[in-house]
Design a protein. Structure first.
Length: 225
């Protein structure tokens, strides 16, 4: 089956199009009503939180995501972004978590083991809390209709899995973003892997550059002095 909005082919288990966010025809009637997306107590300080589910579910962060998706009416809506993230939000924060180094040792080499080629990677530090940086990353993904596929949380950060959408320059790629809380702020590292492709005409580099620029734009500007 193909998307009626953009023509992209659906996977067997897809309920929404990974290209434009449109729902798969017939899924509304066939699928049972899922539980509501978890919401965070508005009084919680999401900027100081280290729990991705609390940050994603906070009303302030939802408002930010609604604002950036509203700027791109042809892309994914805030509701569709949270629909993709619903399973992730239900799992994260449900128990003790390991340190980030252990998670990276396990998750980041997965692409190499699958025979994927790392096209590009980048790192950028921000003088912002983990919560502020994660919120900015979520805004970037939502504004560009990039689905949130998974978050593996750690005591000092998290690993985010998303997608680089297919284009005339490249096939669909796997986007892995690592956020690590530091004493001076938060370090963001990101890498894109594209299976079976020797060159993407610079698309991976452009996507990573846009991610850094988006986080710079959507983050809270640190107070000076």
């Amino acid at each position: 089956m193909f998307c009626t909005q953009c023509g992209r082919k659906f996977g067997e288990t897809d309920r929404f199009c990974a290209q434009c966010g449109a729902p798969k025809a017939g899924t509304e009637a066939a699928s049972p009503q899922p539980p509501p997306v978890p919401e965070t107590d508005p009084s919680l300080d999401w900027r100081a939180s280290m729990v991705p589910r609390e940050i994603m579910g906070h009303p302030d962060v939802r408002v930010r995501i609604e604002a950036v998706t509203g700027e791109n009416p042809r892309g994914m809506s805030a509701e569709q972004f949270y629909e993709f993230a619903r399973p992730v939000m239900a799992i994260t924060g449900a128990g003790p978590v390991p340190p980030l180094k252990l998670i990276k040792d396990i998750s980041l080499p997965i692409s190499a083991k699958l025979g994927m080629k790392t096209s590009r990677d980048t790192s950028q530090g921000f003088r912002n809390t983990f919560g502020e940086t994660l919120a900015a990353v979520l805004c970037s993904l939502a504004s560009r209709s990039q689905p949130l596929e998974d978050i593996t949380e750690a005591t000092n950060g998290c690993v985010i899995r998303s997608k680089m959408l297919s284009s005339i320059w490249s096939w669909e790629g796997d986007l892995i973003i690592t956020l690590e809380a530091k004493e001076e702020g938060t370090l963001m590292s990101a890498a894109i892997t594209v299976p079976g492709q020797l060159s993407d005409m610079g698309q991976s580099k452009r996507v990573l550059k846009a991610l850094v620029e988006d986080v710079m734009k959507y983050r809270d500007t640190p107070a000076v002095g």
